[in-house]
Write a protein that binds this ligand. Structure first.
Ligand SMILES: Cc1ncc(COP(=O)(O)O)c(C=O)c1O
Length: 471
């Protein structure tokens, strides 16, 4: 019997790594008899007694109501296809074809897919950019105000709280500006589900009176992969329409394992989240001290005008002083029994949750000692960029671009053509061109320059070709 995927999963489990990646339950460490230990016999569907996610009237309804209360929303919808589907639902519920939505240029790729589904036109806001750290940060309230002045017709805005690196925007101010102008605030809180459970963490979308927000419970609280919440505040959003769209974009056979894990993770965090987050923050503080002694900068106390605070549970390891790239360090750590969530040119990102133990952090620090042993002379400077302030011209909406025929051509031949994908370089990790935008010489020259300095391009085919609309 050939089962390569089963084998891949078994191999990883048998490696017994310290998991600094999602899902937030970290291998089910917290699961007790109060939540069934996962087994095929619990994999149910809608049968008498289990209720129906598409027309909840029993257990699903009650579980969603308990989640709404715990997270401070007026209505909660369980999602079984992650926050990716939540982003799609938020946009489809609030804007339509030809409408304008304000979008941070560095948002998650699910936003562009949602724009294709909705037919809306994005207007972009640049996030801040920390040149010293080669790091895209957050959009500022000042830039949001400017975007509204220039696009008074905007109907909604997408905001990310926090970024992958744990940087939270000045969300309350941004939501209040949007509210003042009658613009619906949609918050991608994929990495912030845990915020409401501890006062030392950044403000949640609920605290900031957002209209709609989606949270990947599976990333930062102990829920199963794909399990997310979509929350709504009563007022600006038509809840009946939202309910319809939630049903439209949800399988008619939702997994009860995923939904029950949403119920359990909420209950666990309500009862023990505050205490366990205190414990986690203490362990992280201690780990940061040890990592500093190994030449690793953890961005402790990071400030920028557009960043309100940093999620204390998100451990970012900046390796610049060790002269190693994040990609190199990730491989070394894995060889020494630790898997991180994400690597970039100079950093590693660790997702830490209440399921982590002191022993996990000891393994992380032990593996980081190897990085110290393998350190090199740091490069004089990183790739110093300032992100361009000029947006490429939008020739058509992402939806119009999506339905055209596509060709793949060399980058050098692409100026003057309309982009059919999301193309950019890391750093800064922000798209240079989005679907429907006119490719210009300057933008391509910029990408090639970053590549020559050691950066990586994204959105190209394996042989380095760029997707454009066919002529
Ligand atoms: C900022 C952000 N938004 C949305 C998503 C999509 O979330 P999910 O994986 O739950 O579909 C991600 C996934 O990593 C993300 O980083």
């Amino acid at each position: 019997m050939k089962t390569p995927l089963v084998q891949a999963v078994l191999d990883y489990v048998n490696e017994n790594t310290a998991r600094f990646h999602m899902p937030g339950h970290k291998g089910g460490k917290l699961v007790s008899p109060s939540c069934f230990n996962l087994s095929w016999s619990y994999d149910l569907t809608e049968i008498p007694g289990t209720d129906n996610l598409h027309a909840p009237a029993g257990a699903v309804k009650e579980a969603q109501e308990l989640a709404a209360r715990a997270f401070g929303s007026d209505a909660c919808f369980f999602l079984v296809n992650g926050t990716t589907s939540g982003v799609q639902m938020m946009l489809l519920a609030t804007i339509g074809p030809g409408d304008t939505v304000i979008v941070p240029r560095n948002c998650h790729k699910s936003v562009w897919d949602a724009l294709v589904l909705s037919g809306a036109r994005p207007v972009y806001v640049w996030p801040g950019y920390d040149e010293e750290r080669d790091l895209a940060t957050q959009v500022s309230p000042e830039d949001v105000r400017l975007a509204i002045e220039q696009n008074p017709q905007a109907g909604a805005m997408m905001i990310v709280n926090p970024s992958y690196y744990g940087l939270a925007p000045r969300l309350e101010e941004i939501c209040s500006i949007l509210d003042e102008h009658g613009i619906v605030s949609l918050v991608d809180e994929a990495h912030g589900t845990h915020f409401v459970f501890h006062p030392g963490l950044p403000k949640s979308a609920a605290d900031c009176k957002a209209d709609l927000w989606a949270q990947s419970a599976h990333k930062t609280i102990p829920a199963l992969t794909q399990a997310s919440y979509l929350h709504a505040r009563r007022g600006r959003v038509d809840l009946n329409r939202l309910r319809h769209i939630h049903s439209m974009l949800t399988t008619t056979s939702p997994s009860y394992l995923l939904m029950a894990s949403l119920d359990w993770a909420r209950a666990y965090m309500e009862v023990t989240g505050r205490r366990e987050t205190d414990r986690l923050l203490d362990i992280i503080a201690d780990a940061k001290r040890k990592l500093r002694q190994l030449g690793i900068d953890t961005m402790d106390g990071y400030t920028r005008p557009e960043v309100e605070s940093m999620d204390g549970t998100r451990l970012v390891l900046d390796l610049r002083d060790l002269g190693l790239t994040g990609f190199e360090a990730e491989v070394v750590l894995r060889r020494h029994g630790v898997q991180v969530e994400m690597a970039d040119m100079r950093r590693l990102v660790c997702i830490c949750t209440v399921a982590d133990t002191q022993a996990d952090f000891e393994r992380l620090i032990g593996a980081c000692r190897v990085l110290w042993d393998q350190r090199r002379q740091p490069r004089d400077k990183g790739i110093k960029l300032s992100i361009s302030r000029e947006m490429p011209r939008q020739e058509m909406s992402p939806k119009e671009a999506f339905y055209r025929k596509t060709a793949h051509i060399p980058l050098e031949a692409s100026p003057g053509r309309v982009c059919a994908g999301i193309i950019g370089a890391y750093p800064p990790g922000i798209p240079a061109f989005c679907p429907g935008e006119l490719i210009d010489k300057g933008g391509i020259a910029g990408l090639l320059e970053i590549k020559a300095m050691g950066g990586r391009l994204f959105g190209l085919t394996e042989d380095g070709l760029i997707p454009v609309l066919a002529e």
